[in-house]
Design a protein. Sequence first.
Lengths: 635, 218
Amino acid sequence: MMRDWIEDHLLGKVEKPLRYQGNEMNAVHKDWDSTVLRMVFAFPDVYEIGMSHLGLSILYHQANAQPDYLMERVFAPWTDMEGLMRENNIPLFSLESYRPIKEFHGIGFTLQYEMSYSNILNMLDLAGIPLRWWERSDDDPLIFMGGPCAYNPEPLADFADVILVGEGEEMNLEFYQVWADHLRAHNGKMNKKELLDEVVKIEGAYVPRFYDVAYDDEGHVLSVTPNHPNAPAKIVKRYLQHMDHAFFPEKPIVPYMDVIHDRAMLEVQRGCTRGCRFCQAGMLYRPVREKTVDELQQQARNILYHTGHNDLSLTSLSTSDYTCVDVLLRSLIAEMQPQNISVSLPSLRVDNFSMNLANEMQKGKKTGLTFAPEAGTQRLRDVINKGVLESNLDSVARMAFSNGWSKIKLYFMMGLPTETDEDLDGIAALAYKVLQIGDEIRREQGGKGPAPQVTVSVSGFVPKPFTPFEFEPQVRGEELRRRQRYLRDKIKHKRVAYHYHDSQVSYIEAIFAKGDRRLGQVLYRAWEKGCKFDGWGEYFYVDWWLEAFAECGLDPEFYAYRTIPYDEVLPWDHISCGVRKDYLIKEHQKAMRAEVTPDCRVGQCHVCGACQDLDVALDLKGGWLRVNTNAVPQD
Amino acid sequence: MSHLDLMHTWERVIRRSHLPLAFSQGFNPHPKINFASALALGTTSDGEYMDMELTEELPLEQVRQALDMAMPPAFEVTAMKVVTGKVPSLMSIIERGQYQLWLDFVDEVTQQQLDQAVEQFWQQDEVVVYRYKKNSKEKKAMNIRPGVYQIKLTADGKRGLLEILVQSGNEGNIRPEEVAYGLMSAGMPPVQQVVRIHRQGLYLLNQAGALVTPLDVV
């Protein structure tokens, strides 16, 4: 048995053997021969990252809930394991049955982050599967991909057979059905040409090879045109009309090892319409669809019953905006606290309402609270449409320190459109102000407890497709580094810590986020040079990427540093997330005038296109969103 | 699996079993679960002991069934006992650990070579191995000889099997691989790698000096 050999010879030599062990509680082990369609869910990062991802859990259990389908899991082996596997000629294998993933009908990669693309190539290679679609035969697995980066999948066009655009729970079963029917009709074998002829008829399914891309002499995309009779000119995302009764796994896998989010996760809603102009998720998952309190209570109970977790996290893009959050939270805390189960929200908004929720949840130890003002001045926060006023932050800091918290972490972005040194001064000023508030309150309370601390965490802004800032260039690396140093010199206090993320990783990220399909060759070259785990600082070599660009004759600056005119054809214009391009343009123009757009959940629709062009509407269970009147400035 | 991962796993097993687990008092209540001895990462075992405190007394058979339903594959409860009143912790009573180690020798070895190394080991008053200090690169010399009680060493070609009984518990722990290093310093042919380490059991000594399991005495 392959499992015994690997356990005896390899797992003893790797840093974290549990990454490769499988056999967790609630993992699904299905009978190979009695299933029609056999797939692997492939997460192009390590186990503990992948197992913290709710999407994997949903899609894995949804597929396995169907008797005809089998879905196992595979993650990117860490470099120690990869080395041993290559040395011993062990192909990439699935966690459940320890079978080579090459033996499955298909491998589905989730695209969560551009910097995991090199791992996709490396995993295919480790599996012994040819990387490019034209190199693969009918006996090789079908490679499909989905997730947030699937909205601009062009850099992966050479490697994917099918891209699934939109919410997986809504479309995957339809896709599997077409596939399983094909397998039944062909004695369990695939004829990929015939299969794709059918798959491309599924709404939301994008087959990159069925489209021709034309470029002008300077490399701008001129057009993306279907070359197949069944391929639609525009691929529109799939979406759940309602979150009520949407598939949600109530018996999720319980990892043996500590994963990043080692807790029960309950999704309370999908989507966020705050409308922050840098935020891609806020545009992709429109409109907001909430679950009912009753269903959430039932799901919470079932998940905890089947997993034994002692921590329940209410997840979504901005959980404190869930219109029934206080009712839900109070009832869950009342039910869970006697069982010593804590309930938490992953992130908090900068307003008093969220602060009250935080107080409710953290009865015991109060360590740190994190807030994200994102920008240092009101002008710039208006540009990015982050509805946070300085007075909000003041009062939240005051509440936090008075209620026993001593550490506050503030998240900011650097390199936002229109940013000047004045905005950086604003970051330093905000940090000092929060510290000053903390010191005042500590004095009022007689100097008891630990001294207040503030952490300023700054990441580089990456313009993303399907946001109003998709037209914006990224700030050049050397200028970003100057701004980094500038801010560092402004923050000189032993109780204010300053962290900055690597600007070179965000440069490559920006290129691939807005890239076209010519980047496939760059990705291939970079992988050949050894690029992998680019999101993990220790394995990121920017020089390899830059060499790959040079060898492919492509200019990375063309992708990252260029201001894109509104009328230019974007590499992803043939894909739609529901939000219209003219809305993004309007929002971009408003940003340049520092004009804000309020959340449509307070009552006024701004016609972004999601509820107009798709058959779906805002679904709020507790009426219009209540906001601090000062939190979101009015039109 | 690390000791911490194992403890988390057991807390979840017991929560899934829906047994009335007792918790400590205070702001961050901890489940009252205790282990006899931490098992090193990568070591397998058939002989682990754990106690848990419940808030009410239940028939043992019912507890076993509840745990069986909630355990992931590869975990098994082999025996259980009810303990009432104040008793010393499991960790404080353990004195011996029994291990098997599978070794790959660089070259084929003869039983005679192995017997000589074991003989030499017993002859010495001191067998020194080096142990890294916690969170530092400094090494500390340690005499393991007094903590080793039994050694059986056999081989088939290049594959060796080392079976040992060593000191374990509050009075000091001999790590099983340290016995292999000690044997090498006593002339055992070089080992290419330790393939696998398996804990067969944890014991204490009764008044007659014989090995007994924690379940025999509580």
